[in-house]
Write a protein that binds this ligand. Structure first.
Ligand code: GAL
Length: 135
């Protein structure tokens, strides 16, 4: 999938919060936000699927360690709508990443790679980034 955005040297530390705002394409099938060290080492692949790989309106999360995907985690919440602007906030500590969805609902995903800093962010798919902020 083509990358819309690649950010390196992020140096996001525990306790800091990353806020990503973007516009979901009207005919969106899927998009992902990927966080970690590089393309092969991601502590979070956050992948809302509107209609992709057999998933309808489902958030799929995973990690990638040394190029290998881990076990997927699926969320039942899906507060995303094609053709709208959405904001996702992500923070992390040694144990978990915390993902806050546009409706305020949040969930955790284990920090399987035990990264001490997140240096790399990419956005892929049907999501046009409008704003990236650190709080
Ligand atoms: C695969 C998909 C990848 C990624 C992965 C997550 O099926 O091709 O893009 O979403 O699932 O486990």
């Amino acid at each position: 999938m083509a990358c819309n955005l690649v950010v390196s040297n992020l140096s996001l530390k525990p306790g800091q919060r990353l806020r990503v705002q973007g516009e979901i394409a009207p005919e969106a099938k899927s998009f992902s936000l990927n966080l970690g060290k590089d393309d092969n080492n991601m502590c979070l692949h956050f992948n809302p699927r509107f209609n992709m790989h057999g998933d309808i309106n489902t958030i799929v999360c995973n990690s990638k360690d040394g190029g290998a995907w881990g076990a997927e985690q699926r969320e039942s919440a899906f507060p995303f709508q094609p053709g709208s602007v959405a904001e996702v906030c992500i923070s992390f500590d040694q144990a978990d990443l915390t993902i806050q969805l546009p409706d305020g609902h949040s969930f955790k995903f284990p920090n399987r790679l035990n990264l001490e800093a997140i240096n790399y962010l990419t956005a892929e798919g049907d999501f046009m980034i409008k704003c990236v902020a650190f709080d």
